[in-house]
Design a protein around this ligand. Structure first.
Ligand code: AMP
Length: 200
């Protein structure tokens, strides 16, 4: 018999939200990584699209947000606009407190104005493509000093698309003790090097 979500180290309200969405049993990547991320540990997950990796990091991030603090506390870096939008929707769909826990997707090829407004209205979770996030950082629009968790999602695709320098630049601006989760379908040498440097 598989473990159920309500037997995992997550809150009862979160298990109930998942149950209402028809999600009763964690997928293997969720069973392995949720307990570690809940404890604040770093995680490397080799996971394909469709494996359930989004909830593997979205659940612990939502559980660990301090609702009293409106500054960004979690950052998810992704390769594409489509993925940014999709992941932000997952955060919205399982939010424990939608009024007080806010997430925003930040990506290039769209007007900055709306993204800026959502950020400034107090989003604790940023789901971003590296280029647009760096733009906002360089304009002094985003403070990342209270980010406790950073997720590199589809890291291999991000690096294939040439974002490695941007990603390293963003990581170097975060607190040294930030929790890092890296999810990737493959682990080529460039990714292993980032793991060695940033995921001790
Ligand atoms: P992802 O790999 O994160 O893109 O997720 C792929 C699909 O799996 C999404 O449609 C999720 O809703 C679904 N999914 C994620 N976790 C579970 C679960 N524990 N049980 C059933 N479906 C799930």
């Amino acid at each position: 018999m598989n473990t159920a979500f309500h037997e995992m180290p997550i809150s009862q309200p979160m298990a109930e939200i998942l149950g209402r969405l028809g999600l009763e049993t964690p997928k293997p990547i969720q069973e392995k990584t949720i307990p570690l991320l809940m404890e604040g540990k770093n995680v490397v997950g080799q996971a394909q699209t469709g494996s359930g990796k989004t909830l593997a990091f979205a659940i612990p991030i939502l559980e660990r947000i301090n609702v009293m603090n409106k500054a960004p506390q979690a950052l998810v870096l992704v390769p594409t606009r489509e993925l940014a939008v999709q992941i932000q929707q997952v955060f919205s769909s399982i939010s424990l407190d939608p009024k007080n826990i806010r997430s925003v997707s930040i990506y290039g090829g769209a007007s900055k104005e709306n993204q800026r407004r959502l950020m400034q209205s107090g989003s604790q979770i940023l789901v971003a493509t590296p280029g647009r996030l760096l733009d906002f950082m360089q304009e002094g629009r985003i403070r990342l000093d209270q980010v406790k968790t950073v997720i590199l999602d589809e890291a291999d695709r991000m690096f294939e698309m040439g974002f490695i320098v941007d990603v390293k630049r963003i990581l170097s601006r975060l607190q040294p003790k930030v929790q890092v989760g890296l999810f990737s379908a493959t682990l080529p040498p460039a990714i292993r090097q980032v793991i060695q440097a940033y995921v001790p």
